[in-house]
Design a protein around this ligand. Sequence first.
Ligand SMILES: Cc1cc2nc3c(=O)[nH]c(=O)nc-3n(C[C@H](O)[C@H](O)[C@H](O)COP(=O)(O)OP(=O)(O)OC[C@H]3O[C@@H](n4cnc5c(N)ncnc54)[C@H](O)[C@@H]3O)c2cc1C
Ligand code: SF4
Ligand code: SF4
Length: 578
Amino acid sequence: DMARYFMDFVQEESCGKCVPCRVGTNRILEILERICAGTGEMADLERLEQLSRQIMDTSLCGLGQTAANPVLSTLRHFRDEYIAHIRDKRCPAGVCPALVVAPCQNACPAGVDVPGFVSLTGEQRYSEALRLHRERNPFAVVCAAVCFHPCESRCRRASLDDPVAIRSVKRFMVEQEQRPALPEVRRDPANAAKKIAIIGAGPAGLSCAYFLARLGYAPRVLEAEQRPGGMLVQAIPAYRLPRAALERELKMIQRLGVTIQTGHRLGRDFSLADLKKEGYAAVYLAVGAPLGSQLQISGPTERIVDGITFLRDFNLGRRPQIGREILIIGGGNVAIDVARTMQRLGAQSVTVIYRRTREQMPAYAAEVAEAQREGVRFVFLAAPAEMLLEGDQLVGLRCQKMQLGAFDRSGRRRAEPMPGETFVLAGDQIVAAIGQQLRCNDFAKDTKLNLIANGWLQADPLTGQTAQPWLFAGGDALTGPASVVEAIAAGERAAVAMDAYLSGAPHAFWRQAHNCDTFFDPDADPLEYPRAAQRLLPLKQRRGNFKELELPLSKRAALREARRCLRCDYREPTTQQP
Ligand SMILES: Cc1cc2nc3c(=O)[nH]c(=O)nc-3n(C[C@H](O)[C@H](O)[C@H](O)COP(=O)(O)OP(=O)(O)OC[C@H]3O[C@@H](n4cnc5c(N)ncnc54)[C@H](O)[C@@H]3O)c2cc1C
Ligand code: SF4
Ligand code: SF4
């Protein structure tokens, strides 16, 4: 859109004397308009590059010679966005009217029809609402509990007062369901005969399996742990995601004909080459970011457990060691989940140590505030320096005081040590929640994968296809730690691409536009009441248990909230020309 805007400007300014500038920029503008309208084709990218270079080389004045710079630089730095417009008919920035039905829907990585399911819920047509949701995202129950809801950040209602509480309406919707109905499946014996393996039963792998099953494939999911679900069962605490919620949707996916084999680890129990030998025609690698980063400080660091390992051991029932005075290093959501889990397990004190300020914590502010209400202590502008021992016993941690310095490349102020300023925190257990990793070489020694420098898999971000055409990858394994809904979206994209690879053409029927027949009066004023408040479990009921924290909206509140939606998807009906 930016390149199009600039080309439009050049058109106005061009004196028209030299043909490359006058005609060439006009041709570029036509192509850009086509791409923004969703009717571009992949060959347009090459055309844009060629035309731009010709105009630069042959124009007579500075205007023509620099006119195509924005096109070339956006092609270089935002090529994915061009491809998203052409291949997926999606405008990631949400600015191309032809491609954006509603800002919320565009912001949802899975492309869920938000105004559709919200308005159906508002009319109490719950099973239709759920069906519509699961057209694009099988995990309605899971996302109702833990999605970071980027849809709400883009909700147009925020320009009037506050965004629609989309996730809360979703939560109410899923509460109305007894047993998930199966979505539309197009049976296809030819597809069913093709062997597909999916490695990793997290949201990316399971979503890929769900969409492949809807196309008539019968994928087999191979999971290292004894329970499927990935971080949904291994890491996210049950007080945020009750395990029964996941079970419902897992069973739905299995009822579609997906086989899930647990206790099967790639690199230990089988290799990618084995799968090839066994006749698998396509493989999806969705192994996530399963390792916690290690803390490098002075002392016996092998005693420091990382946050992911702690949460996984606890959530999978392996009874990890729990101390009395816990020191947690890190400022992200994992640190907060560890802290609140420890607090519920009865630790005497739980302290989170973060090297920057509270405002700079990557963790969600609401989660931090709740952790604090639950009794978690926070120490800001401090970094771990040395483990303190008495005999063999860990008794504390020497911390380095930090201060904020110059801005770094990420736009945040750098945390810098204050020379000579240290202090001691008492503690008998240290947990490091400072990042997640993937070690591809642990499991992919036999297959030439193109890996990027820091160990994440490298593949086409839109299709997940790797340097090996039969091997696809997605979810956290490709992007680094992200979110549940991004993993779900990646799984869907990979399913579409794998189907196209195996059958020669994409058949993603669920991507076609649906008409939602709910009532909407475009002449009525928006309803004026405020956003429904999220109710939480009272503080005194939280300690010592993992009861769900967020309480659902009442029926009255949910239906009222659904009606706050402005229906940005509404279009005036067009009259057919005879
Ligand atoms: C503590 C924590 C809290 C989070 N909270 C939220 C939240 O509230 N909301 C949100 O949106 N996101 C949250 N996330 C992020 C979210 O959980 C992940 O982005 C998402 O689960 C990634 O999905 P995935 O399928 O790519 O990977 P994963 O969920 O990690 O699944 C990968 C699967 O592959 C398996 N596997 C790994 N190696 C192998 C192997 N060699 N062979 C076979 N199987 C293997 C793993 O056991 C796992 O089951 C959280 C993450 C963490 C760690
Ligand atoms: S999945 Fe998440 S982003 Fe998408 S509509 Fe639901 S809450 Fe919003
Ligand atoms: S007002 Fe409704 S349709 Fe518009 S962005 Fe918000 S939820 Fe979506």
